[in-house]
Ligand binder design. Structure first.
Ligand code: FAD
Length: 319
């Protein structure tokens, strides 16, 4: 069975959920082989094995991560040449998409970004059939790669991770980035202040607040915490300085695609929709029953968020 390469997304060996999703998808296409770059492999190995990685190719050299994404594209290109995988899967994050694009150029392969579903093509060709979210989630299209090795950037929450033990047999690769890949170097990196909440782009549930919070996000945060959700914000809330810029959802913010998105005091401007309309279930709390967000929702609550959210929080805590 052909290998399917999965680029591991991790922080010091703590593997992000997107990787277990990609390993689950990889099993539909062939035999999952994880590609692990950086330190912390001992911590990562158990998770990679648990979600079915049969092999792990790893590179420990700090140089690969020091020079942003270009060396990772070179590494994957080398693996594509050596292993002739059935496909390469990466997270559809800004970094993942840049790696995927550079890899596609290097290997003269077709590229699909923002895939929300990936299956083996049913025609026995060994190809890959994807559903792709385009125009900021306004359309979904069926797409397949017709040239080279299919390279697919998959959106978070596109698959439910399934546990199935793999061997995770690791092979340390001898890889040195080319001089051309070392054009830029990270000189300092500082971890974000930990909130204890899941990462916005990979959370299964996101609760966002907008101008309707009038700057008081406490009810939004309490509700989010009762659900184990990440907290997002509209640009109006971010521009007003009420919530960090890193939490902005939308066209010029982050794209999220959780199982459940709850918009609180957000009108539903097109630029906000662009970041959240591929969410599986959308709920809005808004006191204006004509707010455009209600055109989009699966469930809507017309009411004051300062009255609705505490009641919902209490009900969830009591359940
Ligand atoms: P508003 O549109 O003011 O809506 C507030 C809502 O809260 C209203 O519907 C109101 O009825 C409701 N409300 C008020 N009080 C309460 C209450 N107590 N309880 C319940 N409901 C209440 N926006 C983004 O979000 N993300 C982006 O990435 C983004 N990118 C942009 C890029 C460009 C180039 C441009 C031009 C704009 C962009 N915007 C973006 C801005 C966007 O157009 C809207 O201005 C913004 O999304 C509005 O934020 P909002 O819904 O919080 O505020």
């Amino acid at each position: 069975m052909a290998e399917v390469l999965v680029l591991v997304d991790h922080v010091d060996g703590k593997v992000r959920k997107t990787t277990s999703e990609l390993l689950t998808i990889a099993r539909r296409l062939g035999e999952p082989s994880a590609v692990f770059v950086g330190s912390g492999f001992d911590a990562a190995k158990e998770t990679l094995a648990r979600f079915g990685a049969e092999k792990v190719y790893r590179v420990e050299s700090p140089e690969v991560l020091e020079h942003l994404v270009v060396p990772q594209a070179e590494l994957l290109a080398q693996l594509v040449a050596d292993k002739a995988p059935a496909a390469v899967l990466v997270p559809s994050s800004p970094e993942g998409k840049e790696i995927a694009a550079r890899l596609a150029v290097k290997t003269e392969s077709g590229l699909i970004t923002d895939a929300v579903d990936v299956q083996a093509a049913g025609d026995g060709s060994g190809g890959v059939a994807t559903t792709q979210s385009v125009f900021a989630g306004s359309y979904t299209v069926s797409a397949t790669v017709t040239k080279g090795t299919p390279i697919v950037a998959v959106k978070p929450n596109s698959a439910t991770p399934e546990e199935l033990a793999g061997a995770a047999a690791d092979e340390v690769l001898d890889f040195t980035p080319s001089d051309a890949a070392k054009g830029a170097r990270i000189t300092e990196s500082k971890p974000k202040q930990a909130t204890g909440r899941p990462e916005l782009t990979e959370a299964a549930i996101v609760v966002s607040g907008g101008r309707g919070t009038a700057g008081d996000f406490s009810k939004v945060e309490d509700f989010a915490d009762s659900l184990g959700a990440a907290v997002g914000a509209s640009r109006a809330a971010v521009d007003a300085g009420w919530y960090p810029h890193t939490s902005q959802v939308g066209q010029t913010g982050k794209q999220v695609s959780p199982q459940l998105y709850v918009a609180c005091g957000i009108s539903g401007a097109i630029q906000h929709r662009a970041g959240m309309q591929t969410s599986k279930t959308i709920v809005a709390v808004n006191k204006d029953n004509e707010a455009p967000i209600f055109e989009l929702v699966d469930f809507g609550v017309v009411g004051d968020l300062f009255a609705v959210l505490p009641q919902a929080t209490d009900a969830i805590k009591a359940a």
